[in-house]
Design a protein around this ligand. Structure first.
Ligand SMILES: Cc1cc2nc3c(=O)[nH]c(=O)nc-3n(C[C@H](O)[C@H](O)[C@H](O)COP(=O)(O)O)c2cc1C
Length: 201
């Protein structure tokens, strides 16, 4: 299997812990050669609230807890980044968590930020795009935008963790969810909980 090249975007929806666990899982995954990372401006506010992180300086190191070896961080205003072009050989993109604002931009092809443009490119190149949406309850605009994005080829993978694996804390809950997303894009993770894996019934 060729090593993969994945783009991760964190936007301003609740659930920054999911994004953090995703970055950690992909940095540690030897099947991944390169990770591109974009944090929306508004995600910084949520990361401050939820993870106690402030500012963009050293954000990736703070999220990972160590120096990245394969990850390149881009500004969301840098529409000239490699991932803004379909000629760049990306293997897919995950937006985790995905706000309703970013969902709307992607579903309607705005391509006005690097995150929206990279997602637009992912769809046009028919590559996997996973939108881990987070809001509750949904209004009709959200539901329509999810349908639009799904019709364009995205997978709507809501931030709804499982409970049947009895997670002991938020980090484990987030990690199991992230592993489920990674299994979906062809990167199954050791330790991912499988319901009744050993049972024939
Ligand atoms: C603490 C906090 C939690 C938020 N949670 C959500 C959420 O779960 N879903 C959502 O769509 N927006 C949420 N928002 C609002 C978004 O951050 C806001 O709509 C923002 O414009 C999204 O921008 P972005 O998509 O560029 O990151 C939250 C904002 C804050 C400050």
């Amino acid at each position: 299997m060729d090593k993969m090249n994945i783009t991760i975007a964190i936007t301003g929806a609740s659930g920054a812990v999911f994004g953090r666990e995703m970055l950690r899982a992909l940095e540690a995954d030897e099947r991944v050669e390169r990770m591109h990372f974009v944090a929306s401006e508004n995600s910084l506010r949520v990361m401050a609230e939820e993870l106690g992180l402030s500012g963009r300086t050293g954000l990736l190191e703070k999220l990972l807890g160590y120096e990245p070896v394969k990850t390149i961080q881009h500004s969301d205003t840098n529409i000239g980044a490699a991932i803004a072009s379909g000629s760049y050989p990306s293997d897919g993109m995950i937006v985790l968590p995905c706000s309703m604002g970013t969902l709307a931009a992607i579903a309607n092809g705005l391509a006005n930020t690097l995150i929206a443009r990279a997602a637009d490119v992912t769809l046009k190149e028919r590559r996997p795009l996973v939108l881990c949406v987070r809001e509750t309850p949904f209004n009709r605009v959200h539901l329509r935008n999810m349908t639009l994005a799904a019709e364009a080829g995205a997978t709507i993978f809501p931030c709804i963790p499982a409970f049947y694996n009895h997670p002991v804390d938020t980090d484990e809950m987030a990690r199991q969810f992230v592993w489920r997303v990674l299994g979906h894009i062809g990167l199954p993770q050791k330790g991912a909980y499988v319901w009744k894996a050993e049972s024939g019934v």
